[in-house]
Design a protein around this ligand. Structure first.
Ligand code: 5AD
Ligand code: SF4
Length: 485
């Protein structure tokens, strides 16, 4: 059971979305169907995959029955994510039965986790490709055409796909995700990511800034910089293949996350910058001061706490204590007044007592998070926790604790929404609201969804000042206050 509350980087409504791209003039007569599950990084990776295959002449289709190649980009983070993908593969079996020439491939974290076992277990799967092997896809498809099955799940210490400019799929032309690093070295004991996505590596800062600038020139107005732990981003100009000095601030030789944020913010004041995910152990005051200094870096930080209890945090190998986390929250409040904070919480981790669970609830009282993503602990094979600790909290207890956490979050989400009543929020208009073409929808700096009547002087992609008059549980409702020149 999972609860997800509004955030583009974790948008539940995008799960299983089929991705489509504009034809590029190259044709090999074959059609690709690609759908993605899991985190924003996977959606961003699917854009890289589509880019690699578009270059070989593949076109995309939204109907998998019409496809020559079906790819499913998978997630292993919790068991139910994997169950969902296995069920979906059964649906693809019907299409392949009718068209035996069809190539079916599993990409992403499950591919890495299950490797060749997939080919044996799921008889219809022809290709299994891990997150660092997408450049090999054209060869692997050729192998399958030649009658073989193909696997490449090699993880890399270098691959960042820096030079591949991703085609934007299903885009509104306004928001884009830009991957700044890959992998994770943190080894949180519950998490499969370090195993499925490999060692952490940072992408060339030049290529990130160039991609964001190109997006801005094409009319995009918001970029979300993505990484499993953005605060440990570190790239040095001397490690760049071309050895060129950095153009934006030539004296900077080593680019850390604060300097990268600044370089992206300087592209243009109308380009909003978001990022995800921050790690409490690594988020520095320097990053917070950078956010405070630039109006176009959004006042919104996703800072997963996981648990409010120091002993549980230690078992989780999060490498911070309750006090450390509170110190980071205090620093955010001090340096960036009016900053939205969201979190991830796991209930019922191995050996968690009732008192320790209460400390998670009291942490929520302390921070009063704007949003939270809340999960019951799901043991993942191969992780440190699976090896070291018994998954000993009964399902019913995990569930009850999750319900308590969710109820508390609903209360604070509501409090935070109400704080905006009567305020004017700067909203980037993303398009019409889901319910009506009479209304626009967009997000505030603090990442709250805002809906307001269409105004003839404003178009999607523009900023509007919106007076918030009402709110529902997840949406602010108001009207544009036109700017007087
Ligand atoms: N069980 C439950 N939740 C998990 N997460 C990661 N691994 C697990 C797991 N085994 C959650 C964490 C993380 C978010 C992306 O997913 O809260 O921050
Ligand atoms: Fe997983 Fe921890 Fe890395 Fe996040 S920081 S991806 S939870 S290991």
């Amino acid at each position: 059971m999972e609860f997800l509350i509004q955030d583009k980087a974790h948008d539940e409504s995008r799960q299983g979305e089929a991705l489509v791209l504009e034809p590029n003039g190259k044709h090999n007569g074959r059609k690709l169907y690609i759908e993605s599950y899991g985190c924003a990084m996977n959606f961003s990776d699917s854009e890289i995959v589509a880019s690699i295959l578009a270059d070989k002449g593949f076109e995309t289709t939204q109907d998998f029955n019409n496809a020559d190649v079906i790819f499913i980009n998978t997630c292993s983070i919790r068991e139910n994510a994997e169950v969902r993908v296995r069920n979906r593969l059964k649906e693809f079996a019907g299409a392949k039965f009718k068209n035996p020439g069809m190539v079916v491939g599993v990409l992403g974290c499950m591919a890495e986790r299950l490797k060749a076992k997939f080919l044996e277990e799921e008889k219809l799967v022809d290709v299994v490709v891990g997150p660092d092997a997408y450049r090999d896809l054209p060869n692997l498809i050729e192998q399958v055409d030649g009658g073989q099955r193909a696997v490449n799940v090699l993880l890399s210490r270098e691959e960042t796909y820096a030079d591949i400019s991703p085609v934007r799929l299903n885009t509104n032309g306004i928001n884009a995700f830009v991957s700044i690093m890959r992998g994770c070295d943190n080894m949180c004991s519950f998490c499969v990511v370090p195993f499925t996505r490999g060692r952490e590596r940072s992408r060339d800062a030049h290529s990130i800034v160039a991609e964001c600038k190109d997006l801005f020139d094409k009319g995009y107005r918001e970029v979300t910089l993505l990484g499993q732990n953005v605060d440990s981003y570190k790239w040095s100009a001397t490690t760049a293949e071309d050895g060129e000095a950095l153009t934006a601030g030539a004296e900077v030789q080593v680019v850390n996350f604060a300097s990268l944020l600044e370089m992206v913010a300087l592209i243009h004041p109308d380009l909003r910058v978001r990022f995800s995910t921050s790690h409490p152990k690594d988020i520095t005051d320097e990053v917070l001061y950078t956010i405070a200094r630039y109006d176009n870096i959004c006042n919104y930080i996703h800072l997963p706490v996981q648990s409010g209890n120091t002993r549980v945090l230690e078992l989780m190998n999060r490498t911070y204590t309750r006090d450390w986390y509170i110190n980071r929250i205090d620093a955010i409040r001090r340096i960036i007044p009016n900053c939205a904070i969201s979190t991830d919480i796991i209930t019922g981790f191995c050996t968690e007592t009732e008192e320790e669970h209460q400390e998670t609830l009291s942490m929520m009282d302390y921070v009063k998070y704007d949003f939270a993503y809340m999960f019951m602990y799901s043991e993942r094979p191969g992780t440190l926790a699976a090896k070291r600790y018994a998954d000993d909290i009964p399902e019913a207890v995990k569930h009850r604790r999750l319900k308590e956490v969710v109820a508390k979050q609903q209360q604070y989400s509501h409090v935070r929404m109400q704080e905006s009543l009567g305020r004017v929020e700067r909203v980037l208009i993303e398009g019409f609201s889901k319910k009506s073409t009479n209304d626009y929808a967009g997000r505030s700096d603090k990442n709250a969804m805002v809906v307001f009547p269409v105004h003839e002087d404003y178009k999607p992609g523009q900023y509007a000042n919106v007076l918030v008059e009402r709110c529902t549980t997840a949406t602010l409702i108001g009207r544009i206050i036109p700017q007087t020149p």
